[in-house]
Design a binder for this molecule. Structure first.
Ligand code: NAD
Ligand code: TYD
Length: 344
């Protein structure tokens, strides 16, 4: 049976990679992308599928019921996946309020549309950051949500709306909590693409604090297969961790990418910590529940990092207009200016 997926946030980093992945692997299905094209959304991320007759793009905001219901009226959507979010911790610290429109209200609007029109599955893409930080061991899905930044608090709020909807209306919700993701098409504000594109321009890399914070890195294709597994085989009402199993300190990751690019470590500029107390020290996920459904990551970290770095080297035409845009430069100046001064 052919399916029609509505992918909210489909012009962003993981959403676009998921659209590519799905159309490559499910020739009989249709995929619709709904995206507001915020600063992080980019139609160029969807260029490889733009002319595919099985693909269609709908511009609009997920918190706008007129937009969302309008799509449901003209399309027979079987699966709704929500990737849309204000997704950057640093920006959320500058503005902790407006993200609620997307990360909480938007989720509620999508859930309501799913209830009114009926879907087989509502998959909500969440993050490991909802658990907060962990000193030792790894988070399991039954652990409490203890977010510590405005971004992760918003994501936890979205999850709570999904959870309540499932209980109150039996909406067929499944949640995934992925770890730090990297790969092609990632907006150059997150650690890896920010540092890769800066190193390519011989600019300083602002490493927060000691650089000893630990993240569990996952290649974007593996994150997408994890989401696909939860979509197709996950149990309604359940959450699934999607971790790469690659714990690295920020300093290790930075040194590695500089080695791949053959750039000097003198580019690393340790700065104070702009996140302060809200800088989570370590994330780690126990993904046994998703492994039990047959999923495991297929990409080796070092090889995937090399492939990612190569992608940015070969796709300067993708990132150059972004890093030279007024909005991007204003953000970098506002956030990093106090630390980098003239080096900006
Ligand atoms: P991203 O910022 O690259 O993309 C977000 C997309 O959502 C953009 O295309 C943007 O235009 C769109 N969008 C934002 N607000 C919208 C709105 N109100 N209506 C419609 N579209 C809107 O983010 P990403 O890194 O691709 O993350 C996707 C999802 O995965 C997010 O929900 C995020 O919380 C989650 N996640 C990300 C990571 C990661 O490391 N990047 C890890 C775990 C989970
Ligand atoms: P980021 O990619 O923003 O993801 P998250 O906050 O979701 O983990 O940051 C990853 C880590 O890298 C985090 O510990 C903060 C650190 N970091 C820097 O040291 N310098 C930077 O310029 C950025 C963007 C992040």
């Amino acid at each position: 049976m052919s399916r029609t997926l509505l992918v909210a946030g489909g012009a962003g980093f993981i959403g676009a990679n998921f659209v590519h992945y799905w159309l490559e692997n499910h020739p009989e299905d249709r995929v619709l992308a709904l995206d507001a094209l915020t600063y992080a959304g980019n139609p160029a991320n969807l260029l490889p599928v733009w002319n595919d007759p099985r693909f269609r793009f709908y511009p609009g905001r997920i918190e706008d019921p007129t937009v969302v219901n309008g799509i449901f009226r003209v399309e027979k959507i079987t699966h709704l996946l929500n990737f849309a979010a204000e997704s950057h911790n640093d920006r959320s610290l500058l503005d902790p309020v407006s993200l609620i429109n997307t990360n909480v209200t938007g989720v509620a609007v999508l859930l309501e549309a799913a209830r009114q029109h009926g879907v087989e599955r509502f998959l909500h893409v969440s993050t490991d950051e909802v658990y907060g930080e962990i000193g030792a061991g790894a988070f399991r899905e039954s652990d409490p949500l203890e977010p510590r930044t405005p971004y992760s608090a918003g994501k936890a709020g979205g999850e709570m709306m999904a959870r309540a909807h499932r209980i109150a209306y039996q909406t067929p919700v499944v949640i995934t909590r992925g770890s730090n993701t990297f790969g092609p098409y990632q907006y150059p504000e997150k650690l890896l693409p920010f540092f890769i594109t800066r190193a390519l321009q011989n600019r300083k890399l602002p490493l927060y604090g000691s650089g000893q914070q630990v993240r569990d890195w996952i290649f974007v294709r593996d994150h997408c297969t994890g989401i696909a597994t939860a979509l197709e085989r996950g149990a309604t009402g359940e959450a699934y961790n999607v971790g790469g199993g690659n714990e690295r300190t920020n300093l290790e990751v930075t040194r590695r990418l500089l080695a791949i690019l053959q750039k000097p470590e003198t580019l690393i500029q340790p700065i104070g910590d702009p996140r302060g107390e809200a800088h989570d020290r370590r994330y780690a996920l126990d993904s046994a529940k998703l492994h039990a459904l047959g999923w495991k990551p297929a990409h080796d970290f070092d090889a995937a990092l090399e492939r990612t770095v190569r992608w940015y080297v070969e796709h300067e035409s993708w990132w150059r207009p972004i890093v030279e845009s007024e909005g991007y430069r204003a953000f970098v100046a506002r956030y990093y200016g106090p630390y980098l001064g003239e080096e900006l």
